[in-house]
Design a protein around this ligand. Sequence first.
Ligand SMILES: Cc1cc2nc3c(=O)[nH]c(=O)nc-3n(C[C@H](O)[C@H](O)[C@H](O)COP(=O)(O)O)c2cc1C
Length: 171
Amino acid sequence: MKIIVGVTGASGVEMSYYLLKALHSIEGCEIHLIVSEGGTRNWGFEMDRPLADLLTLAHIVHDVNDMAAAISSGSFVTAGMIVMPCSMKTLAGIASGYADNLILRAVDVCLKENRRVVLVPRETPLGKVHMLTFYNGPKTIDDQINHIVGKVLMQFGISHDKLVPWKGSAR
Ligand SMILES: Cc1cc2nc3c(=O)[nH]c(=O)nc-3n(C[C@H](O)[C@H](O)[C@H](O)COP(=O)(O)O)c2cc1C
């Protein structure tokens, strides 16, 4: 399975690190990673580890300006794409088909080929209510991020051992 991950300049780039670690542990999963300029900048602001720690978890790292990369064509078959975190700028570009970098182009291609695309914006109030869960009894930010990663991977039929599923209210 080939999967594309885009990391953009929204707050929460740490989520992409958890995602890459989870994908990296799956045998046979080829990770194509693209980090936007905003993503690189925010990594510097928010993370206390070098960006290289993220890049090293991918099998192929694409330059965000390389519009000739394999993933910019629908003939390169992938399972789909995750943009995590997804900035509002990238979201707007996706919505309007304004594909002026490789993240936007690769999403565009996945959509036209009917492949799965999962966007993970950070924005609130949408984020507060829809992204984070409380039913899984999170104690730490780690627990929250792991749960989000699990929910994202679920979209690709991948189970994540750190996801605590809801099993109904009966105890
Ligand atoms: C510290 C910091 C935090 C940011 N957080 C967000 C955010 O949470 N959501 C967002 O849409 N943009 C955020 N931005 C703005 C984006 O980085 C900016 O719109 C950028 O152009 C996005 O480009 P990209 O989508 O190509 O990465 C933030 C910028 C900085 C410097």
